[in-house]
Design a protein around this ligand. Structure first.
Ligand code: RIB
Ligand code: CA
Length: 315
């Protein structure tokens, strides 16, 4: 049974793992149609995330993809970045040339609003891979688009795995907890890829060598990005490799059966400085709070890497 590709907007803060997610999407036109890429401040400041998004599109051989710059700071807080993980450029590892393809005119938030108003209702999926500032700003500026979103599939949060930027919070949610609260309370159908699942999608030597062994520029870049990116997590967690967080979002769109989770209530801590940005996930159903998210907990890691390697080899 042939199916038409899902129309998506990727909202991103590249970041080596964002890069792999974008490459996976651009390598899978039968599954996803990338209407545009919207950059947000997160891992590194906005001038770098919008530049990195264009570098990744050119690496994929898709310079026609429309890339927009979005919000350069969280709704109410000072930007917190993650150069300690991703390096100064956000894509440390290999040497990279500056992009040639242009940045689109206009703000990413207006692109999100215009696209959701133009496309038929419930046909566009938003795929946030970074802080939720662009998405929340679009919802605040144009409340009419909220009911038109098909689904939001995002990387963020943690429950059993607890935090990675503080003891309680995962980075994407922690950077802009007010934005996350707007998105999690929006009523839009949510699929959440928390650290609980991304920390089970770890690289290892064989998997990285499978990227390098492709013999392509994409394979070389992904292997060198991963070599750089994994050093932080391996040192911190003593793990064999690093979690490829953001590609889990795109892999879900292509092969949802790779993942398991529960439809539960998830709320965001925005008041306490101690637990700011925590995703309070009612995994055991101990409250009467209504379920608002499919919160993932398991992944077929071997299947995930098989899909990833097969698809990246196309580029
Ligand atoms: O906590 C992991 C998330 O934060 C990933 O999306 C990574 O790219 C960073 O944005
Ligand atoms: Ca990211």
């Amino acid at each position: 049974m042939t199916h038409s590709p899902r129309k998506i907007i990727i909202d991103t803060d590249p970041g080596q793992d964002d890069a792999v997610a974008i490459l996976l999407a651009l390598a899978s036109p039968e599954d996803v149609e990338v209407l545009g890429i919207t950059a947000v401040a997160g891992n590194v400041p906005l001038p770098l995330t919008q530049k990195n998004a264009r570098i990744i599109c050119e690496l994929a051989g898709k310079p026609q993809v429309r890339v927009f710059a979005g919000c350069d700071a969280p709704l109410k807080r000072k930007l917190v970045t993650a150069e300690h993980v991703h390096g100064k450029t956000g894509l440390d590892g290999p040497q990279m040339a500056d992009p040639v393809m242009p940045l689109q005119e206009g703000h990413a938030v207006d692109f999100i609003i215009d696209t959701l108003r133009r496309e038929p209702a419930h046909t566009v999926t938003l795929c946030p891979l970074g802080p939720l500032t662009n998405i929340a700003t679009a919802f605040q500026k144009a409340p009419d688009i909220v009911g038109r979103v098909q689904q939001i599939v995002l990387m963020g949060g943690a429950y059993f795995e607890v935090g990675n930027i503080t003891p309680a919070a995962e980075f994407n949610i922690y950077v802009d907890p007010e934005a996350a609260e707007i998105v999690f309370k929006s009523g839009v159908p949510l699929v959440v890829m928390p650290l609980d699942v991304t920390h089970k999608a770890l690289t290892n030597r064989a998997r990285v060598e499978a990227f390098r062994g492709m013999g392509s520029e994409v394979g070389r870049m992904v292997a060198e990005w991963t070599d750089f990116f994994e050093r932080f997590d391996m040192q911190k967690y003593g793990s064999e490799g690093a979690p490829l967080h953001d590609p889990c979002v795109i892999a879900y769109l292509i092969k949802p059966d790779l993942f398991t989770g529960r439809h539960i209530n998830v709320e965001i801590e925005t008041q306490s400085e101690l637990t700011l940005g925590m995703t309070v996930a009612d995994w055991w159903g101990v409250t009467k709070r209504p379920a608002n998210a499919l919160f993932m907990g398991g992944v077929d890691a071997a299947g995930f890497y098989t899909l990833l390697t097969e698809r990246l080899a196309r580029l």
